[in-house]
Design a protein around this ligand. Structure first.
Ligand SMILES: [Fe+2]
Length: 250
């Protein structure tokens, strides 16, 4: 499986605090059946001011540690970008690390607040699409407005966005409302990928296999495989095959 959204880099956001914790998460990913992970630290202005050079440096150290520990996980990186006006200046400055491509557009992992849908989100998304960027909306099933009524996501569906549901949500890790919402979105056929959004081996583990099994019961084997393998590969294949993402499998 290919995990397109996880926080495995140490000391860079609210993921693992140190390299040992990061390696434990990576080992957990491998045990779970993940071969490739795109590391997506938060990029959230004023809270997690991560930038491409800083993430690059952290990835370099993490790859060395994975290799030293003989953990066969291939990693690339992007970022989980918080929705906000900052995006309008970051994009022209090439400050956004993309997840890959979808057709002719670059794919950006876009995070909404959990509490509501930020007014103006539609304008930012339209602007992104005009600028050849396809938003992949992170964990819509955990947004309170969407949990209340999944139709509140319709404007983003109609704009053509992609959607990432969290594997743990399908097994109740985030409560009953998020679980129901994740199931509704799956049944609607709007989910593009499942990802772990892992942060911690116990509290927020890599459990993509649980999500896959749960999805299989709802949409069947073929579609469930698309969510954890085919679509993630379609999006991120290019960043894994680039020179900067050389496979670490020994
Ligand atoms: Fe995340």
């Amino acid at each position: 499986m290919i995990d397109l959204h996880c926080h495995l880099l140490p000391g860079i956001d609210d993921g693992p605090k140190d390299m040992d914790a990061a390696l434990a998460l990576a080992a957990q990913a491998v045990s779970d059946g993940v071969t490739h992970s795109v590391l997506t630290p938060h990029i959230h202005h004023g809270r997690w001011d991560n930038s491409i050079p800083g993430i690059c440096q952290a990835v370099h150290s993490f790859r060395s540690a994975l290799s030293d520990s003989q953990i066969p996980l291939t990693v690339a990186f992007a970022g989980e970008v918080r929705v906000g006006a900052e995006i309008l200046t970051m994009l022209p400055r090439d400050e956004i690390p993309f997840l890959g491509v979808w057709g002719s557009k670059k794919v950006m992992l876009l995070e909404m607040p959990h509490s509501h849908i930020l007014p103006g989100t539609d304008k930012i998304v339209r602007w992104l699409l005009r600028n050849n960027v396809m938003p992949l909306i992170a964990h819509p099933e955990r947004n309170k407005s969407v949990m209340r009524n999944s139709d509140n996501l319709n404007f983003l569906i109609e704009l053509g966005c992609l959607f990432q549901v969290t594997s743990g949500a399908l097994v109740g890790q985030f409560g009953e409302s998020a679980k129901t919402c994740a199931e509704v979105l799956l049944k609607k056929g709007v989910v593009t990928v499942l990802a772990s959004d892992a942060h911690h081996v116990k509290r927020r583990p890599v459990n993509l296999s649980c999500g896959f099994e749960a999805a299989k019961k709802i949409v069947g084997l073929k579609l469930a495989q698309q969510l954890v393998y085919d679509n993630p590969l379609k999006i991120a294949g290019s960043i894994f095959s680039s020179a900067s993402s050389v496979a670490l499998i020994k």
